[in-house]
Design a protein around this ligand. Structure first.
Ligand SMILES: C[S@@+](CC[C@H](N)C(=O)[O-])C[C@H]1O[C@@H](n2cnc3c(N)ncnc32)[C@H](O)[C@@H]1O
Length: 473
């Protein structure tokens, strides 16, 4: 295993498969204990196994061969647990195992591992695995101890009947040809009331919950309670520019519907099993707004917690209002988590104070698309001393600048462009209005354009900012 890979957790069915533990000391014995319930046929190789190992052998739960390991011990073996405490021996065992396709777990010796074993928390038949990919077994164990406390508060140890009855219900529904993986119905009709019964110390009531669930399941085409939609502003660029509230909403999402402007790293905040749906939408390509609205409604009606992750702030040129309207019209709970708009964050990240009181008394945010062609306010904007912040200006900056010049702004008016604000690729360029009217925007989308005297400000130097300064008098 390479050091930087992210381990992929699997649950391995070992019933009837052969597992060899090399080393029957205290560590090998602890490994044997965790394997006993797996249904594997366990053989321990050690000339002097521990007393507990010998006791387990007497009970018929495993077999001991009181000798050292040999290459032929690997034939027909699924898993070799190397609990020798000696890296050279582990390496040799792995070499022997390879031709027979046996997978090796060398305890606390990640370089000789095909697989590492997670620390686990058990609740009935459910197992929660915690792994650091072998980087720090003590770290995994520490986390397990901390999490056991948390899990203990939420899910009592007595939760077993909830899962056992769920298994029975699944079998009954299959027999009747009514089974389907309808998570919302399972959650709302079975797991929530069942867990409540267990928490209130009435495990026997789970049986009744199961019976009612089986009776209601076939008719529960629409779950009792629909999900929700949270419009989350991702901030202007880098993943660490989202708000804490937005990050928390992502952490509990069942479905994330995301824009191309939202940093892809943010998707890591959602649970691994969450569905991630890209809806790239730009000038002339991607999913239509009607399709996005319908997707949000459908996913929420199916009982999911949907996070609609949008670049910057959801309501600043983000069509968030239409999404909110569609979701609310369908009777679905809708919440908005604001984000830092690129209109504010972009200039700030470039050190441009939009309302430096010595240079401007206000700022106005406009869309390059409409301002370059149709915006009737352009004359009054040009006449004011308001700083203009233009979004979506990459392809329209020249036409817009020409309109501002025609309406009376000075040819020497400073203009700044901030491209990919907040990301490692952030770039800043400064021009005059006349230069922009002539040559347009120097960057592709996404770029924020700032027009006005404040655009010449250098401000505090920002990390990762390439400031291309072209100051004109
Ligand atoms: C459809 S608007 C969405 C604006 C977004 N809701 C916000 O509040 O930032 C897209 C425009 O936002 C600007 N933009 C968004 N993210 C940006 C970034 N990281 N750097 C520069 N401009 C960005 C660009 O002008 C882009 O064309």
């Amino acid at each position: 295993m390479t050091e930087h890979s992210t381990p992929y957790l699997l649950a391995w069915r070992l019933v009837g498969r052969s597992v060899v533990i090399v080393g029957g000391g205290s560590i090998g014995t602890a490994k044997a204990e965790t394997l006993l319930d797996s249904g594997a046929r366990i053989t321990v190789l050690d000339p002097t196994p521990s007393a507990r190992m010998q006791d387990l052998a007497r009970q018929g739960r495993l077999q001991i061969k009181q000798r050292r390991a040999r290459p032929t011990d690997m034939v027909g073996v699924a898993l070799v647990v190397a609990a020798t405490g000696d890296s050279r021996t582990n390496r040799r065992l792995r070499r022997w195992a390879k031709p027979f396709g046996a997978v090796v777990n060398a305890v606390d010796d990640v370089n000789n591992c095909d697989v590492t074993v997670p620390a686990v928390i058990r609740r009935g038949p459910a197992t929660i695995g915690i792994t650091t990919g072998g980087a720090t077994p003590a770290g995994a164990r520490f986390l397990r101890e901390e999490l056991t406390q948390l899990v203990g508060d939420a899910i009592p140890e007595t939760v077993g009947p909830l899962f056992e009855q769920a298994k029975a219900a699944r079998a009954h529904l299959r027999e009747r040809g009514e089974y389907r993986y309808d998570y919302a119905a399972w959650r709302q009709l079975y797991f929530e009331p069942g867990l409540e019964a267990i928490r209130s110390g009435r495990p026997a009531a789970v049986d009744e919950v199961r019976r009612r669930f089986e009776a209601e399941f076939a008719g529960a085409v629409t779950p009792l309670r629909s999900g929700s939609v949270t419009l989350v502003g991702a901030g202007p660029g880098g993943a660490d520019l989202i708000t804490l509230r937005g990050a928390r909403a992502l952490g509990t999402a069942d479905v994330v519907v995301y824009d191309r402007l939202a940093d892809p790293e943010l998707l890591d905040l959602a649970p691994p099993a969450a569905e991630r749906i890209p809806v790239g939408k730009g000038k002339g390509f991607g999913t239509t707004q009607d399709e996005i609205n319908a997707l949000l409604v459908d996913k929420a009606l199916a009982g999911n917690k949907v996070v609609r992750l949008k670049g910057g702030d959801p309501f600043i040129f983000g069509r968030g209002a239409e999404e909110l309207e569609a979701v609310s019209a369908a009777g679905i709970e809708a919440v908005v988590v604001p984000g830092v708009s690129s209109a504010l964050g972009g200039p700030a990240l470039a050190g441009i104070p939009l309302t430096d009181r010595r240079l401007a008394s206000s700022f106005t945010v406009i869309s390059g698309h409409s301002a370059a062609t149709s915006d009737p306010c352009i004359a009054s904007l040009a006449a004011s001393d308001s700083t203009l912040v233009v979004l979506m200006a990459a392809s329209t900056a020249d036409a817009l600048s020409q309109r501002l010049l025609d309406a009376g702004r000075l040819a020497s008016e400073p203009v700044a462009f901030i491209h990919a604000a907040g990301t490692d690729a952030q770039q800043v360029a400064r021009r005059t209005l006349a230069e922009v009217a002539d040559a347009g925007c120097p960057f592709p989308s996404p770029t924020v354009m700032v027009v006005g005297p404040v655009a010449a400000s250098v401000g505090a130097p920002q990390p990762d900012v390439t400031a291309e300064l072209l100051l004109h008098g």
